[in-house]
Write a protein that binds this ligand. Structure first.
Ligand SMILES: Cc1cc2nc3c(=O)[nH]c(=O)nc-3n(C[C@H](O)[C@H](O)[C@H](O)COP(=O)(O)O)c2cc1C
Length: 308
């Protein structure tokens, strides 16, 4: 009998779906694969209005759920051998549709299941994945693998291109800037993961899957990004509380604070970023050993509370 795989994902632009289509390309006829998309009742617009984009940070940071469309009864009632769970980071957390799903009734579909996470993001996914591990523990899902595809351009370039993509809807290269998002060739090369995933599933050796995925280059992580992400999470936590003191999503009373956050983020990225990268570089030299241990930890699947 064919292995039954559910691909459960959210994707605003279709990039995550494209990644998963490539991962499953070589096994699509050898396994019984269903796709189910997590869909907000009110979908997020692309391009974004800047005000809506930044106003989404506090609830994303604090995992305040939005309403989602239910999964079909057919999917909910089928028994799957593996779930491929595709998601992206928003403001250093799982995107709001994803954290909403994990708190919803439909999340019971993951209970007792083997789950492989696939992340497609700019380059900051560590805090998001720690949060996913916590949700899986609560739900009773077993994390059996993790593949991460990021934009491998330098940090500042990837910020500029994601701004162009998010606010103008232009993913393709323009002027001196490259295309936004995960590079096309990396998306296509994701097809190399499919056969090993299916083999481990068929041979009942999912415990060894992550080792093979890492050998295939399933995760690249620069230690410097751990430092930058930890700083970011601290700040976003403070700002999310500060903004929510004035009201919920879209409340006129909080727009002053949302604008302050937006300006500060822009200053932090474009003006303080060289200083911040320099201090991160010094910290990297001083804490190299513990950071390399962290790199190993984040590439693996176990969960140690308190990393952030
Ligand atoms: C509101 C928002 C916030 C984002 N924040 C992050 C982030 O913190 N870290 C990151 O690596 N990428 C971030 N991204 C990029 C996404 O993770 C993702 O790569 C991009 O939105 C494309 O995903 P899609 O498949 O949903 O279209 C953000 C995107 C959006 C729209």
């Amino acid at each position: 009998m064919k292995q039954r795989i559910l691909v459960l994902y959210y994707s605003q632009s279709g990039q995550l779906r494209d990644i998963i289509d490539n991962i499953t390309a070589d096994i699509s006829t050898r396994a019984d694969i269903d796709f189910a998309q997590i869909e907000p009742v009110v979908s997020y617009p692309l391009p974004w209005k800047a005000s809506k984009f930044f106003d989404t940070m506090p609830e994303t940071m604090q995992h305040i759920p939005i309403a989602l469309k239910p999964l079909s009864a057919e999917v909910m009632n089928k028994d799957y051998d593996l779930v491929i769970f595709g998601y992206q980071s928003w403001f250093l957390n799982p995107s709001l549709p994803i954290s909403s799903f994990l708190q919803s009734d439909d999340a019971r579909i993951l209970k007792g299941k083997n789950v492989l996470t696939v992340i497609g993001c700019r380059n900051m996914w560590l805090h998001g994945q720690e949060t996913i591990k916590e949700y899986f523990l609560k739900i009773g899902a077993k994390l059996v693998g993790n593949i991460v595809l990021t934009d491998t351009n330098p940090n500042l370039i990837s910020v500029l291109t994601i701004i162009r993509w998010s606010f103008k809807g232009r993913k393709e290269a323009s002027g001196l800037l490259p295309a936004a998002g995960v590079q096309d060739h990396d998306i296509k090369r994701a097809s190399r993961f499919g056969v090993p995933i299916l083999r481990h599933l068929e041979e009942n050796k999912l415990d060894e899957l992550q080792k093979e995925l890492l050998m295939l280059g399933g995760i690249h992580l620069k230690p410097g990004l751990i430092i930058l992400e930890k700083r970011g999470v601290k700040n976003f936590r403070k700002w999310s509380k500060f903004i929510r003191e004035k009201g919920g999503p879209g409340a006129p009373e909080r727009q002053g604070r949302v604008t302050m956050f937006k300006r500060l983020l822009i200053v932090a990225i474009f003006i303080l970023s060289p200083i911040s990268s320099f201090t991160a570089f010094i910290q990297l030299q001083l804490q190299r050993r513990s950071l390399l241990r962290d790199v190993e930890y984040f590439k693996e699947l176990n969960y140690e509370p308190g990393k952030f």
